[in-house]
Write a protein that binds this ligand. Structure first.
Ligand SMILES: Nc1nc2c(ncn2[C@@H]2O[C@H](COP(=O)(O)OP(=O)(O)OP(=O)(O)O)[C@@H](O)[C@H]2O)c(=O)[nH]1
Ligand SMILES: [Mg+2]
Length: 406
């Protein structure tokens, strides 16, 4: 297993840029999320730095002046880690480490790190390890310089191409080994999935931390790990659930996030097979999160990446107990009414206009509107079941199991 960056109780600073495409508000939103990621990894954010620029500096990401300011702060406050919101090129990372003399991470490495900490089963660990090596491969040259510095640096010449090449070969070998290992597990899992028979398969999908596992626990009485940190779930859990007389399989799996490292989507392809093979998706949304519409967008994007965007889907807006609309005072004539002021009822109307009837508003934690939830899911599963088994005696008591009228 590749080493994990231990951020436990470590002081961290965050760095992001404001560009034409990414305004001040967007950046704040991204940094809020990056701060949550840092907290999930065990670190503590003590300051944020941002800079307006047309495009990132190719050498150091931010400009020289900002970098000096950052360095001064890092030195004075014994900051252990500087975390950049965007992916750094190998060269940028190397240069910045040289200047700051502390750990330098970007969003991708941070996410990979959390995945490494949270992977429980050998399957999840193998997938994370594969993603880490794929991320590492183009960055090997930079790593060597890093080692060099640890050894003191004085009198050490930079490593020759051959050393880097040897290293690349080792990593490439490791990558193909891990891929083979995953293939073997995939085959076993495929067999397992095949053994599950013909039951209708329903998958919970959604952004991370929206309450998928909580919902799974509420309806299946199983105990799946749920926690107020990002990526509580990395593995896939499948439970048989029965609503009224209708059994089906429910899958809970890894949550998504914006700018999810492509390496991760790639190596989690097998975990995502559960989603790809599902008959019905329950897209769970945390409606109490100010950016929930962006979250929906990101999830939809990943769904189309894994070619699952045209499956029947029910939108499940969760955490209604926590939803608070912004208020406008009666005498306030200046503030323009925006979506932030919508009531739950207005949101419901908006989404019903988009999705028809396939919209639910619930609280998985407080078990609010769970009857609605059960009814809607029952109906959707039944519709799929009926097309698959037109003569199922168990749903249609007037037919026997051969489809003959009794
Ligand atoms: N207020 C409120 N909190 C909820 C509700 N549902 C879940 N939560 C909380 O939200 C947090 C995340 O819940 P999880 O069930 O772990 O979310 P998840 O979608 O499985 O997250 P990942 O596994 O990280 O993708 C936990 O602290 C839950 O207690 C809800 O209906 N209302
Ligand atoms: Mg979960």
């Amino acid at each position: 297993m590749i080493e994990k960056t231990d951020l436990t109780h470590e002081k961290a600073v965050l760095i992001g840029i404001v560009t034409k495409e990414q305004g001040q508000d967007k950046l704040k939103e991204y940094l809020d999320e990056l701060e949550f990621l840092t907290y999930t990894a065990g670190g503590e954010v003590i300051k944020r730095f941002s800079q307006n620029m047309d495009k990132p500096n190719p050498k150091t990401f931010i400009g020289t002046g900002k970098m000096n300011e950052l360095k001064e702060f890092v030195d004075e406050n014994e900051v252990g880690t500087a975390i950049f919101d965007d992916e750094l090129s190998p060269a940028q990372q190397k240069n910045i480490e040289k200047i700051l003399k502390c750990k330098v991470l970007d969003r991708t490495t941070l996410i990979l790190d959390i995945f490494a900490q949270r992977a429980q089963t050998s399957y999840a660990r193998t997938q994370v390890e594969l993603a880490q090596y794929e991320y590492l491969l183009p960055r090997l040259a930079g790593m060597w310089t890093h080692l060099e510095r640890q050894r003191g640096g004085i009198g050490m010449r930079g490593p020759g191409e051959t050393e880097i090449e040897t290293d690349r070969r080792i990593v490439r070998d490791k990558i193909s080994l891990l891929k083979k290992k995953l293939e073997t597990i995939d085959k076993q899992m495929e067999v397992q999935r095949g053994n599950r028979g013909q039951l209708v398969r329903v998958a919970l999908v959604g952004y991370t931390n929206v309450g998928k596992s909580t919902l799974m626990n509420t309806i299946s009485k199983s105990q799946v790990f749920a926690e107020n940190k990002l990526f509580a779930t990395l593995d896939t859990t499948v439970r048989k659930v029965v609503i009224r007389n209708l059994p089906f399989l429910l899958t809970d799996t890894v949550g998504f996030i914006r700018k999810l490292p492509t390496q991760l989507v790639e190596s989690f392809k097998s975990t995502l097979d559960e989603v790809r093979e599902a008959d019905l998706l329950l897209h769970v949304v945390d409606i109490s999160h100010p950016n929930f519409e962006d979250h929906i967008e990101s999830v939809n994007q990943i769904m189309s990446e894994i070619k699952s965007n045209d499956k029947p889907t029910i939108m499940v807006f969760n955490k209604i107990d926590q939803y608070e609309a912004e208020e406008i005072e009666d005498d306030d004539l200046m503030t323009e009414r925006t979506k932030a002021h919508y009531s739950l009822k207005e949101w419901k109307q908006t989404w019903m206009n988009k999705m028809g009837d396939n919209v639910l508003f619930i609280s998985a934690l407080n078990k609010e509107n769970m009857e609605d939830f059960r009814r809607k899911v029952y109906e959707a599963v039944r519709d799929i079941h009926v097309t698959r088994f037109p003569y199922n005696s168990f749903l249609y008591p007037e037919y026997d199991k051969y489809g003959e009228e009794k």
